[in-house]
Design a protein around this ligand. Structure first.
Ligand code: URA
Length: 211
């Protein structure tokens, strides 16, 4: 498993505004999309391309095109949905599947409550979107699920991670073809498994609190 923290002043600036408790939901949504586009630029460095021949108005030449089937993007519902637009802006031909996962706030175990994905992901390059890598439980289950369907390599784009969650994934996914792309590795988890300093509940900040 590889971990890449994107070191760029605009990423740091946008993340700072996201962290600010005074930032409203509409601004939070917009900034999340912008931030994901910047992270996706780094996360797609290994996206599979092939040589294609084209004609410019002047001559024939060769360039590159995305290999088919194009990458599969999988936002983890609910908060990952806020990252989808930022990702598809960069890779508009990507296919999109959905995985609904939530954590049981008492046991902190991840449960899958919805799934809309191709049955066979053999050889596919998959990009998972989940803003907060806290305990790592949700991502671990999502990654296992996608590998079980045949995914070849998985890149997870997250806004923040806690060292504890990264360590869990590192331990359990060592040797697997997984890359985690992040804007920051924060200090720690608190007693309720929120990331510190973090940005609070990403789903609530994107979409408001639901009962
Ligand atoms: N999920 C969130 O939305 N925020 C955290 O800090 C941890 C998990």
């Amino acid at each position: 498993m590889r971990v890449l923290v994107v070191d760029h002043p605009l990423v740091a600036h946008k993340l700072t505004v996201l962290r600010d408790r005074e930032t409203s939901s509409p601004v939070f949504r917009l900034l999340t999309e912008e931030l994901v586009t910047l992270l996706a630029y780094e996360a797609t460095r290994e996206v599979r391309v092939e040589t294609v021949s084209i004609r410019t108005p002047v001559t024939s030449t060769e360039g590159v095109g995305l290999v088919k089937p194009t990458p599969l993007v999988v936002p983890i519902l609910r908060a990952g949905l806020g990252m989808l637009e930022g990702m598809t802006r960069l890779v508009p031909t990507a296919e999109v599947g959905f995985l609904g996962m939530a954590r049981n706030e008492e046991t902190l175990e991840a449960i899958t409550y919805a799934e809309r994905l191709p049955d066979d992901l053999t050889g596919r390059q998959v990009f998972v979107l989940d803003p907060m890598l806290a305990t790592g439980g949700t991502l671990r289950e999502a990654i296992k699920f996608l590998f079980a369907r045949g995914a070849a390599d998985i890149t997870c784009i997250c806004l923040l991670a806690a060292p504890e969650g990264l360590a869990t994934l590192q331990e359990e996914l060592d040797g697997r073809n997984v890359t985690i792309v992040l804007a920051s590795i924060d200090e720690k988890l608190d007693e309720k498994s929120y990331i510190v300093p973090g940005l609070g509940d990403a789903g609530d900040r994107l979409y408001g609190v639901v009962g």
